[in-house]
Design a protein around this ligand. Structure first.
Ligand code: ZN
Length: 675
């Protein structure tokens, strides 16, 4: 069998789509049978419950992980069909395990037994979190409550899908045809080419088709000089899925009502409490306090930014106040005037090989690990994919990762991500997949990266490090497993900070930085680097306030399910915006993050993780970025806490061990220029 198990690396060279269904079916049958046996003979011990369950399911989850990985990096109609055929059975097995009363009863007995106190902290946390997840899945309910809970889950799944389908359909149903060249004045050539192609028009003479998809919509808001075009499009954008057959308003009210009922069945005060039960944030009041603290800093800044932008716009011919559809346009003009640099200016200084050298040097400097190329030592799924091993200070191999750097639109999903290839398990070393989508090399020219692509690579490496440098030897809590999801972005966002570190980018003490011209070897000009750094905090008040608006709205809607959602929105907007939304604004009707994605009562997680990441980097600033010994000592402490402890310790405790105190907002405010 090809998908044999996590003892080896996947045999990508011998992978056959035709084997997916038979292999997975065999593994599913095996796991199902073994799980049925476990339910009969499960013992109230760690070994007799958790460890047995892992032994039963690991080969299956591993093989399914390989298939899912290939869905992302080597997609084909045949693979999709095989995936779709297996997926329902995977979901069923997951539900069966998550709702197993026998398993839950064993966990309860274990927790109440005298041996509980003797279990290592990691094992206690694994069992505790497993119980929590099962409780949130309704395992503790009996009789009619159980039936009602399952009906709620089914209805919610359907409503959430329907919500996002309506957004998609409404987005698809709208298009605006522009036929006067004045209407596309200001728009970039690449946009015109796409828009003309979509309308069957001519690049120069039109017509051009605009839609509400971001790549079409956003450039118009940022670049179109024709104000009435921006207004028309803006109004269409904020009223998507808000009337007729595609009206999401009844769906929103229904989703909020069902989530509230679900919370009641689970014995929680509201759905916010359900969401927070599985997160790092200790409770709703802590989240509210965080949002309030950030708001106090962001709102005056956002007001000042609006004032400044209005003055700038008036100076350049705008008359009157700025409307919502003017802000992105003028913000872009101001940005261009102050900080603009083009990707083309930057790219020659960020060739992938030099960027990797620089990134690996940071890892060596901070965490004392060395990365070695090991291309050819394992099979890969595409010739561009590279393989690296990670070694500790004594040269011992601790982990490995694949890097699939380039965009391949034909068979690779967009975006960037880190995924687990295999977990650490006792002596078995962890392996990660790092996937990006940057510009491929061309002839003798290496892959030349935009600054954003460099940040993305650092970001994914941050996730990868938490997976690879884990010291936890139980797979249920090693690396990123079992980490509360409002804490998961800590290592990734933390590592991004080093892209703004002068020593890393420009070099130090005669050592070159990672930004060197790929042909001349010249260092990135200091003024260009200064503009890159300044652009990071441009309009930070407005950006932050917008996220606070979404976060607070999400929480308040889930706290008052009977209230009129539009009234809640108006109330939240009054404290969290600097230009009030239009009376006809129905942005809630396309807020998929909370009504169909996984961010219900969890949108705040973005800010929560940002606070942690900035505060963690703040430890390095306090220690002194010029003090090499201090940077190294702080880096080792970060490695031995945040990166090493993974899901085996509560993230708040992990943070305390690194920082010596609770997280504070000040560092994020400093980093984004809000103080
Ligand atoms: Zn991330």
């Amino acid at each position: 069998m090809l998908l044999a198990g996590p003892g080896e690396v996947p045999a990508f060279d011998r992978f056959q789509v035709a084997e997916v269904v038979p292999d997975l079916t065999t593994l599913l049958d095996r796991a199902s049978t073994a799980f049925a046996e476990l339910e009969i003979s499960v013992a109230p011990t760690f070994i007799g419950s958790v460890a047995r369950l892992t032994a039963i399911t690991e080969p299956l989850w591993w093989a399914w992980g390989v298939v899912n990985h290939l869905m992302g990096v080597g997609n084909s109609p045949e693979l999709r069909a095989a995936h779709a055929q297996i997926q329902p059975r995977m979901v069923d097995l997951g539900l069966r395990i998550g709702q197993s009363r026998a398993l839950y009863a064993a966990y309860c007995t274990l927790r109440d037994s005298p041996t509980w106190a003797t279990l290592p902290e990691i094992e206690q946390r694994i069992v505790g979190n497993a119980m929590r997840d099962m409780e949130l899945a309704g395992v503790g309910l009996e009789g009619s409550a159980r039936e009602r809970f399952q009906a709620l889950e089914r209805d919610l799944a359907e409503l959430q899908t329907s919500f996002s389908n309506r957004v998609l359909d409404a987005t698809k149903a709208y298009s605006l045809l522009l036929s006067d060249p004045r209407e596309v004045d200001g728009l970039p050539a690449s946009w015109r080419a796409r828009a003309a192609a979509a309308a069957g028009g001519d690049v120069e003479r039109g017509p051009w088709q605009v839609t509400l998809d971001t790549p079409s919509y956003l450039p118009v808001m940022e670049h179109a000089r024709a104000r009435q075009v921006r207004e028309q499009l803006y109004r269409a954008f904020v009223t998507r899925a808000a009337d007729g057959e595609l009206d999401n308003q009844p769906v929103i009210r229904r989703i909020l009502a069902l989530r509230a009922e679900k919370a009641t069945l689970l014995g929680k005060s509201d759905f916010v409490a359900v969401s927070l039960a599985a997160k790092m944030a200790p409770g709703a009041s802590a989240v509210d306090a965080l949002l309030a603290e950030l708001r106090t800093a962001a709102r005056p800044k956002a007001l000042a930014e609006l004032e400044e932008l209005t003055a700038f716009a008036r100076h350049h011919g705008h008359i009157g106040d700025l409307a919502l559809w003017d802000v992105p346009f003028w913000a872009e003009r101001l940005r261009e005037q102050r900080y603009a640099y083009t990707d083309e200016e930057v790219r020659p200084f960020f060739a992938l090989p030099a960027v990797l050298d620089g990134l690996f040097a940071v890892l060596q400097r901070l965490f004392g690990v060395s990365v070695r190329a090991a291309d050819g030592s394992v099979p890969v799924w595409h010739p561009d994919v590279r393989f690296f091993t990670v070694h500790d200070g004594a040269g011992v191999r601790r982990a490995a990762f694949y890097l699939d750097p380039y965009s391949r639109p034909a068979d690779k999903r967009g975006g960037a991500w880190m995924d687990v290839s295999r977990d650490r398990y006792e002596a078995r070393t962890p392996v990660a997949y790092l996937v990006c989508n940057q510009t491929p090399p061309l002839g003798d020219t290496p892959s030349l990266m935009t600054f954003r692509e460099v940040e993305t690579l650092f970001h994914e490496m941050g996730h990868g490090l938490q997976h690879m440098l884990t010291a936890v030897t139980r797979p249920e809590a090693a690396g990123i497993s079992n980490v509360e999801w409002d804490a998961v972005e800590l290592p990734s966002q933390f590592l991004e900070n080093w892209c703004y570190d002068p020593a890393t980018i420009l070099g130090r003490e005669g050592r070159p930085g990672l930004a060197r011209h790929w042909q001349t070897g010249a260092t990135l000009p200091a003024d260009l680097f200064a503009r890159i750094c300044a652009a990071r905090t441009y309009r930070a008040g407005s950006t932050c306030l917008r996220q606070l608006y979404f976060s607070q709205l999400d929480l308040d809607l889930h706290r008052s399910p009977g209230a009129d959602p539009l009234a809640v929105q108006r109330r939240v907007a009054s404290a969290n915006t600097v230009i009030p939304p239009l009376a006809e604004d129905r942005f809630l009707c396309s807020f998929t993050h909370i009504f169909s994605g996984g961010y219900a009562a969890g949108y705040y997680s973005y800010k929560w993780a940002e606070v942690l990441a900035a505060d963690a980097f703040g430890a390095f600033i306090e220690a002194g970025l010029d003090d090499e010994a201090a940077v190294q000592a702080t880096g080792r402490r970060f490695r031995d806490t945040v990166l090493a402890l993974g899901g085996g310790t509560h993230p708040l405790e992990v943070f305390r061990r690194f920082r010596g105190r609770e997280p504070q907002v000040a560092a994020l405010l400093r980093q984004t220029g809000l103080t």
